[in-house]
Design a protein around this ligand. Structure first.
Ligand SMILES: [Zn+2]
Length: 125
């Protein structure tokens, strides 16, 4: 088998970056966080609504590369509904597990959304 079509980004990541989920601004966020990756020009802002210790709603806004926006979109899907404690435990591996590709990626781009989430949750002790 030599059906190796080099694909830079997998389908799921492309889908998320082209049709980002949970993108926009929450009207009255309980928590907010932001992060950027100056090396690539990625910038993400996150807003969260917390109810009974869980993330009831989460939205992100910002701009960046495919990897950054796609990862942030995947992250918001993962985080929605989680308890604050569980959301704090989210890692890059959790995001990557939702991409179909296992190649090496620019982690600093994937981490922007995650860093914004961590910053938002750090306000909630
Ligand atoms: Zn980037």
């Amino acid at each position: 088998m030599s059906d190796e079509r080099p694909q830079i980004y997998d389908q799921n990541l492309m889908h998320h970056s082209q049709n980002p989920h949970n993108k926009g601004e929450l009207p009255n966020p309980d928590l907010q966080g932001s992060a950027k990756n100056p090396n690539c020009g990625d910038k993400i802002k996150l807003g969260l609504n917390i109810k009974d210790g869980s993330i009831r709603d989460i939205k992100f806004d910002g701009y960046g590369c495919v990897l950054c926006i796609g990862s942030a979109s995947i992250l918001t899907q993962l985080a929605r509904g989680l308890s604050v404690g569980d959301a704090k435990e989210l890692t890059l591996d959790d995001i990557e597990a939702n991409m179909n590709e296992s190649g090496k990626k620019r982690e600093e781009c994937m981490a922007v959304g995650l860093n914004a989430l961590k910053q938002a949750l750090s306000e909630e002790s």
